[in-house]
Ligand binder design. Sequence first.
Ligand code: 6GU
Length: 250
Amino acid sequence: MKCDVLTLFPDILNAYINESIIKRAREKNLIDIRLYNIRDFTSDSYRTVDDYPFGGGAGMVFKPEPIFRAVDFLRGDGEPRRVILLSPQGRPFNQLAAEAYSREKQRFVFICGRYEGIDERVKTLIDEEVSIGDYVLTGGELAALVIIDAVTRLIPGVLGDERSIEDESFSWGLLDYPDYTRPREFRGLNVPDVLVSGNHKEIKLWRRKQALKKTMALRPDLIEKIELTVLDKKILSDIASEEDISDDID
Ligand code: 6GU
């Protein structure tokens, strides 16, 4: 993933991208992130980026000129770019979008909005408007980080062997199965026997069952969205009959 981020607060992004996984991915040139301060593209001595809304009303509006100048500057190198405006009005970002972005060869430009809104004419510059969820943030910086983070971990070589492709597709669309590490017994709480049995087929089945069970309990909407295998359907009916039995006991 290659991206340019236009923001008034590059330090917010710098703090996150210079740590941990993202930092290592940058060092290995698996991702290329460049930050630009929109204020550097103003032309007045006050470096103004906002102004009062025409027609009146509360709050300030992001001026169009610095954003146009910044995008013109970036496009000066001739490399094609996919320009994305981060705003709560955008298309919802999800795992499917993260996968598509992780395969994208074009450079991204993420424009982080601030203030009450952004001059509508900025829309003529952009290819798409993206939101990270149904709530309002004070600016697009956290959204840019969420997207960069979700995309970076999908890029081959970033996570190493921690999670194989097979494993990821196995649990795709479901909540994760429970994980355990040593010690095997902790404060009277034991690791399920199957996980120390060495029976990989049984372990795989147990994990799938746990993932289905947890998803059914916490996010039944996700079950509706995925394609269940014959085995999944069998596991789900087993879970349902186990619950019937425990109902009877109660
Ligand atoms: Cl991308 N920006 C802002 N300001 N708020 C948001 C958002 C983006 N996505 C959800 N809420």
